[in-house]
Each structure stands twice: as structure tokens, then as C-alpha cells.
Design a protein around this ligand. Structure first.
Ligand SMILES: Cc1cc2nc3c(=O)[nH]c(=O)nc-3n(C[C@H](O)[C@H](O)[C@H](O)COP(=O)(O)OP(=O)(O)OC[C@H]3O[C@@H](n4cnc5c(N)ncnc54)[C@H](O)[C@@H]3O)c2cc1C
Length: 305
């Protein structure tokens, strides 16, 4: 892992820097990656993406919660998001983090909160994706995902991170559920005991995981901006006769927008992950760590004003 990536991911935990960046944030250019600070800001962005032929998901940004009452406020906010998507007839689903629903307070609490939201989404014909966070949360996250699927909830999906050594095994365990899985490289600072430190190894692991998931019978979201991997997914699905309904590409709002539209023109489903909310600092830092050149983009905006 590059030293700069390490520094930026460590800075993601700094409260001093957070205060500074939140203050100047949208001016610095966070708006490139975040659809706004409120749901009202996000709706026209989601609509414009839909009008361009892109599917979308949205996330109310935020990760830590202190007590059960705070998690109830998050659940209420997501219920509102799902209702608004329905009322506005957007082609948008929801992706959320279990820590935002209370995972670090109590696993049962997070599971109850998630179950309520998945049931609400089902009533509206919608879908909820559980993002994957730091490696210490993987066991509990997959336990909760499995519990929901085994209790009859179909409209819920999970994420596997290619950088973790364990992910091949996790995929094999999940395949009997015909899961909806998003495959990502992985965005957090992880120790070498649990994750490949080198990018080349992560890329190889990604392709292995993606192909096993595509062949496994569920639904695969190929979530990457890596063009070589995207082309590999296209040729693999063609060779194996895997229909387009069984997979989609996913990218982040603000990253490779032309590639997103090119894939739509080629007949593939592309979903753009389009988060919003006032609590966008750590999300932004992860986007900077993925491509430190983005730091220059932010600094240029600072100088321009
Ligand atoms: C839809 C979606 C959902 C995700 N969900 C999760 C999750 O639940 N858990 C998790 O750990 N991670 C998640 N990630 C992040 C993921 O793990 C990677 O950190 C991120 O996608 C960058 O890796 P890459 O696959 O694009 O490949 P890379 O090899 O990092 O990048 C390939 C190319 O894409 C472009 N690129 C990549 N990132 C950026 C960027 N930030 N800004 C500008 N250009 C960029 C560059 O041109 C780069 O050369 C998600 C990513 C996507 C797209």
C-alpha cells in the first residue's frame, strides 16, 4: 500500500482535520463526490443520473452512533429516503452501513434496525445493500446478512472485499443463498495479517472473486472503475453465457462519469453510488486515498477562490 494512501486514511480519523475540512468542505470540492448535504439536494442529482440512463443508490453518510436513540433517528431518516424515492419514482435503491444502525453498540440492535428497513423497502418494491466496513465488522455483518436471507428477506444484498484473504471462503459460504453481492477491492486501512498489501495481488483476487460470484448463480455487482477488470467481466459473461440481468456495474458518483455512460450505451446496467448528508468527511477521505491525484483537484479549488 502506498505511503500516501496510508497517511490519508489515517487522516480520516483526525478530528482536527475533520473540523477544518467540514468547514470549507463543499468549496474544497466535496461536491464532486457527494450529492449534497440534504435529501432535497440529492433528489435532483439522482434524477439527472436516472435521466442519463444510470441506476443509482444513495446513502445517508455517517458511521458512528452513540446510543440506540441515535440509531432510531438514522432508521427514521432511511424510511424517509425510501418513501421519497418511491414518491419521486426514482430508479434508486439504498446502501447503508451497519455501524450507522448501531453495530458497535449491539449486534441485535443493528439487526433489528436493518430488518425494519429491509421490510419497509420490500413494501415499496425496493432493495437495501449492506456496505462492508473494516475487517473487524465482517463476521457480524455477514451473520446479519445471512439471518435476514434465512428469514425470508430477498431484497437485501452484501459486499465482499477482494483485499481480504478470507473473502474467497466467505463467498463459498454464501453461494448456497444465491446472494446479491457487490464485489469491491476494499477501501480501509487493514493490517497485512488480514489483507493483501500490494495492489497487484488485490487485482488478481478481485478477478478471482468476481468470476466465482458471476458463475455462482446469484447477482453480482461489479463495483470498480478499473477498465481492465470491467472488460474482463464483459468477456467472461459473454463466454459463459451469463445474461446481463445477472450482473451490473457499479461506480461512485464523480468518478469516471464518461466510462459510466459508455457502458450504458453498450447495453449494460450501471449503478452510480450517490451519497449525501452533512457527515461526509470520512467518505471524502477514502476517495482521496484511492487516488491521491484527487488531492490536487481539491487544492486547486481552494486556490481558485
Ligand atoms: C459502487 C461502489 C461501492 C463500494 N462499496 C464499498 C464497500 O462497501 N466497502 C469498501 O471497503 N469499499 C467499497 N468501495 C470502494 C472500493 O473498495 C475501492 O476503494 C474503490 O472502488 C477504488 O478501487 P477501484 O476498484 O476503482 O480500482 P483502482 O485500481 O483503485 O482504480 C482504478 C482506476 O479508477 C479510477 N479511480 C478509482 N478510484 C478513484 C477515485 N476515488 N477518484 C478518481 N478516480 C478513481 C482511477 O482512474 C484508477 O486508475 C466501493 C466502490 C464502488 C465503486
Amino acid at each position: 500500500m502506498s505511503a500516501l494512501r496510508r497517511v490519508i486514511l489515517a487522516a480520516a480519523e483526525s478530528t482536527h482535520l475533520q473540523r477544518f475540512v467540514q468547514k470549507y468542505g463543499f468549496r474544497l470540492g466535496a461536491a464532486r463526490f457527494v450529492a449534497g448535504e440534504t435529501l432535497d439536494d440529492a433528489v435532483p442529482v439522482l434524477r439527472r443520473l436516472n435521466d442519463d440512463g444510470l441506476l443509482t443508490n444513495t446513502t445517508l453518510l455517517g458511521e458512528g452512533v452513540r446510543d440506540e436513540a441515535e440509531t432510531r433517528a438514522v432508521v427514521a431518516a432511511y424510511r424517509e429516503v425510501l418513501d421519497r424515492i418511491d414518491a419521486e419514482e426514482l430508479r434508486t435503491n439504498v446502501a447503508l452501513k451497519l455501524t450507522h444502525l448501531g453495530l458497535t453498540i449491539d449486534e441485535d440492535l443493528a439487526q433489528r434496525n436493518l430488518t425494519e428497513l429491509v421490510a419497509h423497502a420490500a413494501a415499496l418494491g425496493n432493495f437495501v445493500r449492506i456496505d462492508m466496513e473494516e475487517s473487524r465488522h465482517v463476521d457480524s455483518t455477514l451473520r446479519i446478512y445471512r439471518h435476514l436471507r434465512e428469514s425470508g428477506h430477498e431484497n437485501v444484498g452484501a459486499v465482499l472485499q477482494a483485499y481480504l484473504f478470507r473473502s474467497d471462503g466467505d463467498l463459498a459460504d454464501l453461494l448456497p443463498l444465491a446472494p446479491s453481492l457487490r464485489i469491491v477491492k476494499g477501501a480501509y486501512l487493514e493490517p497485512a495479517e488480514v489483507a493483501y498489501p500490494g495492489k497487484g495481488d488485490v487485482d488478481v483476487a478481485y478477478v478471482r472473486l468476481m468470476e466465482a460470484s458471476l458463475e455462482g448463480g446469484g447477482f453480482t455487482a461489479v463495483a470498480t472503475h478499473d477498465e481492465a477488470i470491467i472488460e474482463r467481466a464483459i468477456s467472461f459473461t459473454r463466454q459463459r453465457g451469463i445474461p446481463n440481468e445477472r450482473f451490473q456495474f457499479q461506480m461512485l458518483y464523480g468518478v469516471r462519469p464518461r466510462l459510466q455512460l459508455d457502458l450504458v450505451r453498450r447495453g449494460y446496467d450501471v449503478l452510480v453510488a450517490t451519497p449525501y448528508g452533512p457527515d461526509w468527511y470520512r467518505y471524502l477521505m477514502r476517495r482521496l486515498a484511492e487516488r491521491p491525484a484527487n488531492l490536487l483537484f481539491l487544492l486547486r479549488n481552494l486556490v481558485r477562490d
